[in-house]
Ligand binder design. Structure first.
Ligand SMILES: Cc1cc2nc3c(=O)[nH]c(=O)nc-3n(C[C@H](O)[C@H](O)[C@H](O)COP(=O)(O)OP(=O)(O)OC[C@H]3O[C@@H](n4cnc5c(N)ncnc54)[C@H](O)[C@@H]3O)c2cc1C
Length: 325
């Protein structure tokens, strides 16, 4: 545990740092215990300075953007949580560069307004560009890696600014190099295509409509809790195929079984623990019905995973990022 004296000294040097900030205020699930120290970085230099000091003092730290893909422990985080809030977006001819704290849907909107096509999918993804790059976010057939050119990062622990071309980011399905190496994403640059403003706008409106129709927006959530089950070998879905005769052909063709569909097959849609429920509308969303606790979310996700594993032979993996465990 970091000592009270260390916290006091740190706050004397950085008076804007807040103590015991409830993370429930900053996560889309509206759950999460306190960050012992909390700082909003509005400039890259602010981020560098505070991380330098935290490293020197041996204070653990964690950075985040919009909090829309995070599950923070009820006990909180015994260290410094930094919200990345540098949000500038710049359009140059057919490229758009966005700082990590830029809201992803705003980046999509600005690209569209400039008549640039390629980021329409991003209009439906909450959170920031930093979080989107981290998890190679995507929907309706598009994902970050499709149009990304490069990512500027702050390397750890030496805090050097480095530009990484896409080829070095190791993107995969909801995966990137940043999940394995603790670089901090500062900025992303996308290469887009000139298109018709009205057509782009229409595609964005369609995506928002589809998301609203298929996903729950009436309660807080963290989006999809589990990754779809991507497999290489038919043997990996042998039990599933034995148990369910009519696995949808499109999933088999893509070798990707929808996690929400799996949850539905084991009858867990609507299942509740405490104030957390598997959404009635979408089996891969867990919703906070009011005063949910992270512990309830963990119990419910474990129950779902065990049922899917025991009945269908598939081990679901978390899509959401755990903080403070
Ligand atoms: C209603 C709803 C719908 C959603 N729909 C989709 C969807 O269609 N497709 C999809 O992919 N996701 C979806 N999500 C999940 C979420 O919106 C995305 O994963 C999003 O890109 C996360 O961005 P964020 O800024 O909120 O990340 P955060 O939740 O803030 O952080 C997520 C992870 O990224 C890391 N991170 C964030 N910023 C940085 C940075 N600058 N440098 C290094 N690491 C960083 C954090 O440490 C954390 O591990 C949905 C969520 C909700 C609530």
């Amino acid at each position: 545990m970091i000592s009270d004296q260390l916290v006091k000294n740190f706050r004397e040097r950085f008076p804007v740092v807040v103590e015991n900030e409830p993370m429930s205020k900053h996560t889309s699930l509206r759950i999460g215990g306190p960050a012992r120290l909390y700082f909003v970085a509005e400039q890259v230099d602010d981020l560098t300075n505070i991380l330098k000091a935290a490293q020197a003092d041996g204070i653990p730290f964690y950075v985040f953007g919009g909090g829309s893909n995070m599950l923070v422990s009820d006990q909180g985080f015994d260290g410094l949580i930094v919200q990345i809030a540098f949000r500038a977006i710049q359009v140059r001819r057919v490229t758009i560069s966005a700082f990590a704290g830029a809201v992803t849907s705003m980046v999509a909107k600005q690209a569209g307004e400039a008549g640039l096509a390629g980021l329409e999918w991003a209009t439906g993804v909450p959170g920031t560009i930093g979080g989107a790059v981290y998890g190679n976010s995507g929907c309706f057939g598009g994902e970050v890696k499709d149009n990304l050119v490069s990512v500027d990062v702050l390397t750890l622990p030496d805090l050097k600014r480095v530009a990484l071309p896409k080829a070095e980011c190791q993107f995969g399905y909801r995966d990137s190099r940043f999940k394995r190496e603790p670089h901090i994403i500062l900025m992303a640059t996308f290469g887009l295509k000139a298109g018709d403003f009205i057509d782009i706008r229409k595609r964005m409106d369609d995506i928002v409509k589809k998301k609203k129709a298929g996903q729950p927006y009436d309660h807080p959530s963290a989006g999809c809790m589990f990754k779809n089950f991507v497999y290489q070998d038919e043997a990996e879905i042998e039990i599933l195929k034995r148990q369910i005769k009519d696995v949808p052909a499109d999933m088999l063709a893509r070798k990707s079984i929808s996690a929400g569909w799996l949850v539905d097959q084991v009858g867990m849609r609507g299942e509740k623990i405490g104030e957390v429920q598997v959404s009635e509308k979408h089996g891969n969303f867990l919703v906070n019905l009011g005063s949910a606790r992270t512990q309830d979310v963990l119990m419910l996700t474990s129950k779902v995973k065990m049922k899917v594993r025991d009945e269908l032979g598939v081990m679901l993996e978390d899509e959401v990022q755990l903080v403070g465990f």
